[in-house]
Design a protein around this ligand. Sequence first.
Ligand SMILES: [Mg+2]
Length: 252
Amino acid sequence: MAKALLLDLSGVLYDGDVLLPGALEAVRRVQGSDLEVRFITNTSQKTRVDLLAHLRGFGFSVEEPQLFTAVDAARQWLQQRDLRPFCLVHENIRGEFDDFEQDDPNAVLIADAADGFSYANLNRAFQLCLEGAPLLGVGYNRYFKSGGEVLMDVGAFIVAVEFAAGIKATIVGKPSPEFFHQVLASTSASAEHALMVGDDVFGDVEGALNAGLPACLVRTGKYRPGDEARIDGDFALVDSVAEAVELALAAA
Ligand SMILES: [Mg+2]
């Protein structure tokens, strides 16, 4: 029985600046039901404020506390440990870390830095990690889709630093079970009474299953034929977020 619906953003509700067909109506439909909705994303090229504006620009009605981002989770993780991060992040979100002391860093934060992934920056991350700085990754995604093309995501860059320094990163955001549990804690639903909907078979679906949540893979966004065979476990496969919402409502 579904009581909470967790929706990934990019590739589920929109693709870049294009709203996906039926997404607006689907979200309205579920918001008019008893299901609690949460919006969750690993996107690290937009600030929380920009993400809310992006969603609202499409016409989605999103309350500020309903949005959970991996960037917020990273901020919390660093704050709790009073760390000084070397921030290998996109220019768009650099300001999100302005309140951290960043001189003489003792931690490394890697998010989707796009063109910021220069040799100099990756090497600096590697050198700090080799000296013992913890490595924090915002998501572990392989690729994402935007503006009609697939783009390399943060995962491979985190793996590069892990490999060179011989360490393991701590991952915040999806697929970390802690992230799913943090989102769930804001609802009245337990894991088995939630449904995670996403277009990333690893980050969204496998991550949710590992956290104990039922999951639904949508054939939109970055979905590629055959993705459903790339992981083990039982999950639903549907053509759109509208179908996923029908599934959740039928089970509510
Ligand atoms: Mg997605």
